[in-house]
Design a protein around this ligand. Structure first.
Ligand code: NAG
Ligand code: NAG
Length: 595
């Protein structure tokens, strides 16, 4: 019995060929993107590098978006605040481009992604430096939050994107046994996104990649707090579109304030919003006028739960990253720490020791662990949260130190701050802080930890740590939130096959993952004949017009034959159905009888 030998040889040959093919590097063209004006020592003239000191409170002008480096307050330039008419013009251009792109092949779309990936990997430093200048975050924070997340998303789309956008076959049930049921995923048209400033690179690429890969156009309004970098990143996208021969108007980056955003909501086919619950409500209200779908990611107040059976030093490092990544300006940053009473004292001691070693300063001027806050007056808001907690009995047990800040930007920095004796009466434990604050509370039982962690208006993410993985999973499964990391922080976002989004005031709808990709689509249910043209739909005689006298009797039997719980009743009804159909008098006689 050796007939399977050839098969084995063929199989092995196939595997070897696949492996050898993998070794051949794909042919991906490089793109040129002019970056001379965004580099610190580039072509920037003396005139436009003066120190920009905006008026506190209101923006001085509303027809221009003024950009400055938060860590130094150095002026970066301005961009126009687009009028509603201008926004509609951008969307109209995107709509025309999408009609062409809708018929692009997945092969072409993948090439677009590969070109971007190649550029990103070869220009990590440039991309991170631009992000760092515009937001104040460190190069390491930018690498983790901008580069890795985006590369992960591109890699996932390359590997699986097509699979999840192909028609998906579903069961068709008894009555439709002769049919084939499927779901098709068509582009929606123009996807609009209004994105936050905390990750100016990833927040632009994230909706753009999903929209373009699923055959849509994208118009993205970048935040007024991070427009400078967004406009540079746009050049990368344009160059990659040109390199694959895609229509040049397929992606637009627009700048402006609320009016610009509103006009975008009312002219696109779907809106993705990343921001606060307050603005989220306005977006939804505006979207109700045109009845377009919305995805709202409105931030969180994520709990970080630590049981007593953990390897403390490693969890403490994760906790620090969870709280201080991007100066704490993360949608899913760790904002509430619940630690088991048995290890509470040593957890606090280890956190305090590390926090005291943290050095805060302008990230491009030295080796700093943490950079600036992006938004003006944010440090004031953070201090108010801390003060409210102190007034109610909380205590600061550790703060990080400042490096050389320079006089103009001191207000843009906030030291990492550890608080104990906190509870849920304090605003610090209720409102999203979006800053490097670590409030730590004690718990005695898993039930108590669940109750505390779940006690929030927000429900974006959580992180639960225990030496016993089952116990951590059990705790996380009780929490009302959209993403849960077991013995890790933000690991769900690094698995780009997974959806991202929350419940409660954290919003609804999902971006990222299969769900986020399909959310860019018109989801169409299609039923076709399974054995066409041999078996076609024929309306049974008794219910053909004009209906026969026993039409309802026929229906009754048919229903029981299809759905009856008892197999014998079903068989009996089936026989009855067949009988009625075969006894059916020809139509002409039927008519005569009625008359
Ligand atoms: C909250 O904490 C403060 C300080 O530890 C304490 O004085 C206060 O009684 C606590 N409130 C509640 C409701 O537990
Ligand atoms: C979690 O909170 C929600 C409301 O936010 C509540 O309905 C649910 O019962 C809570 N679950 C637990 C286990 O406390």
């Amino acid at each position: 019995m050796a007939f399977w030998w050839p098969l084995l040889v063929l199989g092995a040959a196939y595997a070897i060929c696949r492996f050898l093919l993998m070794l051949i590097p794909p042919n991906v063209p490089s793109i040129d993107v002019d970056a001379s004006d965004v580099l610190e020592d580039g072509s920037q003239t003396k005139e436009n590098s003066y120190i920009y000191i905006p008026r506190r409170g209101k923006m001085a002008q509303t027809d221009k978006v003024q950009c400055y480096e938060p860590a130094t307050m150095k002026y970066l330039g301005f961009f126009p605040a687009l009028t509603p008419d201008e926004v509609r013009e951008h969307v109209a251009q995107a709509r025309e481009a999408q009609k062409i792109w809708a018929s692009s092949t997945f092969r072409q779309r993948r090439q677009f992604l590969r070109i971007l990936l190649k550029y990103i990997i070869e220009h990590q430093e440039l991309i991170c430096e631009v992000s760092s200048r515009d937001t104040g975050k460190t190069m390491v924070d930018a690498s983790l939050g901008e580069i890795m997340t985006t590369c992960e998303k591109i890699t996932w789309l390359l590997a699986e994107g097509e699979k999840w956008l192909k028609p998906e076959y579903r069961s068709s049930g008894w009555s439709m046994l002769h049919k084939r049921a499927k779901v098709e995923f068509h582009p929606l048209g123009v996807i609009g996104a209004i994105v936050s400033w905390n990750y100016p690179f990833h927040n632009v690429f994230n909706p753009m990649l999903a929209a373009i890969f699923s055959g849509n156009a994208a118009v993205i309004k970048v935040s007024e707090h991070a427009s400078w970098s967004g406009c540079f990143y746009f050049r990368i996208i344009q160059a990659a579109l040109a390199a694959v021969g895609a229509p040049e108007n397929l992606v637009h980056i627009i700048t402006g304030f609320a009016e610009t955003g509103q006009a975008l909501v009312s002219s696109v086919d779907k809106i993705i919003f990343v921001g606060s619950p307050g603005v989220g409500r306005m977006i939804m209200q505006k979207a109700s006028e045109t009845l377009i779908p919305v995805t709202l990611e409105l931030g969180g107040k994520d709990a970080f739960v630590v049981c007593e059976d953990v390897d403390l030093p490693s969890v403490v490092q994760v906790a620090m990253r969870g709280a201080l990544q991007s100066s704490g300006q993360n949608c899913a940053g760790a904002e509430r720490f619940y630690v088991h009473k048995d290890i509470y004292t040593s957890f606090v001691a280890q956190i305090v020791k590390l926090v005291k070693s943290i050095s805060v300063g302008p990230p491009l001027a030295g080796r700093y662990d943490m950079g600036a806050l992006c938004m003006q007056e944010h440090s004031e808001k953070l201090q108010n949260l801390v003060n409210d907690a102190l007034d109610k009995g909380a205590e600061i047990v550790g703060r990080g130190g400042f490096g050389h800040l320079g006089g103009d930007a001191v207000d843009q920095f906030f030291p990492p701050t550890v608080l104990v004796n906190v509870n849920h009466t304090m605003k610090l434990m209720q409102e999203e802080a979006f800053g490097p604050i670590i409030p730590i509370m004690k718990f005695s039982s898993d039930e108590e930890a669940i109750k505390l962690a779940n006690d929030s208006n927000y429900g974006l993410g959580c992180a639960v740590f225990s030496g016993n993985q089952k116990r951590a999973i059990a705790i996380a499964s009780q929490l009302q939130c959209g993403v849960a990391a077991i013995n890790d922080f933000a690991s769900t976002y690094m698995c780009q096959s997974l959806p991202f989004g929350g419940v409660k005031h954290s919003g609804f709808g999902r971006f990222a993952g299969v769900e986020g990709l399909r959310a860019c689509c018109l989801i169409k249910a299609v039923v076709e004949d399974r054995w066409w043209p041999f078996i076609k739909t024929v309306i049974p005689k008794p219910i053909q017009y004009p209906v026969s006298e026993n039409a309802f009797g026929f229906q009754e039997s048919l229903v029981e034959a299809l759905y009856g719980l008892n197999v014998w009743d079903r068989l009996r009804s089936l026989i009855h159905v067949v009988k009625i159909v075969s006894e059916q008098t020809p139509k002409s006689e039927n008519l005569k009888k009625r008359q």
